[in-house]
Design a protein around this ligand. Sequence first.
Ligand SMILES: Cc1cc2nc3c(=O)[nH]c(=O)nc-3n(C[C@H](O)[C@H](O)[C@H](O)COP(=O)(O)OP(=O)(O)OC[C@H]3O[C@@H](n4cnc5c(N)ncnc54)[C@H](O)[C@@H]3O)c2cc1C
Length: 386
Amino acid sequence: MNFDETPEQSQLRAAVAAMAARYGHSYYVSKAKSGGHTDELWAEAGKLGYLGVNIPTEYGGGGGGITDLAIVGEELSAAGCPLLLIVVSPAIAATILAKHATEAQKQKFLPGIADGTMKIVFAITEPEAGSNSHRLATTARRDGDEWILNGRKCFISGVDEAPYVLVVARTDEGGTGRLSPALFIVPTDAAGLTKSKIDMEIVSPENQWLLYFDDVRVPHDALIGGDPAAGLPALFSGLNPERITVAAGAVGTARYALSRAASYVSSRQVWGRPIGSHQGVAHPLAHAQIQVDLARLMVMKAAWLYDQGRDVEAGIAGNTAKYAAAEAAALAVDTAIQVHGGNGMTTEYGVATLLGGTRATRIAPVSREMILNFVAQHVLGQAKSY
Ligand SMILES: Cc1cc2nc3c(=O)[nH]c(=O)nc-3n(C[C@H](O)[C@H](O)[C@H](O)COP(=O)(O)OP(=O)(O)OC[C@H]3O[C@@H](n4cnc5c(N)ncnc54)[C@H](O)[C@@H]3O)c2cc1C
């Protein structure tokens, strides 16, 4: 058993960390508060090849795996720049496209994702369906050489930054009367597609949107894989990369919070010595550190299993990693705020800004309760409870 990263992975980690450190949390927060986007950071990461590490080399990527992308996401977050669109564009969209798109679709979209010049966002969640994807009601109806999409999606991240959105819609192509999911790549400026911003209590330069599809017409070649039957496997192929990279980002944010906290408690003196010398301060930090290290181990195991093509095991490990990383990150951020005292809530010390984003990782992309349902059923053999 070898727990070491390859030399290339260690170099990637160090290089991403060095680049991200030049931006840092204050850059991220200033973009969030001014309504801007992290365009410079995204462009540099793309130029240096970090956004395409998991994309095949023939489409301009690095030819690596989700482990490499998890490293990129973790190190960006560990520098205080938790970029959610890493999860959406290179993890979900690029994986789905690389594995299930037609050759023409791959050539059209993957090089832009790899070099950071094109973001592709992902829309599955619907207001009425919630966690129950069997209730998805957005439909795609064939009309000659076109498809017509109707429905609503919610919490779709980054629509304002992306020229295309990958949409999960149901079709009746099998003629069975039962609608099955298919994936369409839709221009975000398509006629009939409107968006409205959801105001969120998350300090982030990346926005969430409600999308309305009102007779949105797309050509047949917008259908991923060119066949509605490609939809379900394509959809499933995006789930593990999504969970693993969210978990990696959460671990990175937890590391950032704990490093800020460790540095603060080493210098802050209230009773004539650093507050970190009191066990009441040091033990909660040490406890959080242990939770983060455990979660990190599971994230890397899940990524490794995924890259070995062991999808079923990666599914269990990816869910476990997402659960553990979200809990560890929520604990680490809360503890980091606590040991800062009043400074924990100030803008200057920049730890409370992490609260909303880390809290959201316990809800999205799959909630902790749905992961507990999954583990109870698929690991512990219990009856489906919902
Ligand atoms: C910051 C952010 C970014 C997002 N980005 C995207 C995106 O880019 N694209 C996209 O498609 N979606 C996105 N989402 C949506 C996200 O995936 C959903 O919010 C998530 O899947 C939960 O669905 P819901 O909000 O409808 O909650 P609901 O399904 O309504 O659940 C509400 C609560 O009930 C619990 N619950 C529901 N059913 C059960 C059950 N059977 N057993 C036990 N508990 C249950 C849930 O765990 C949760 O705590 C994003 C969400 C956030 C917060």
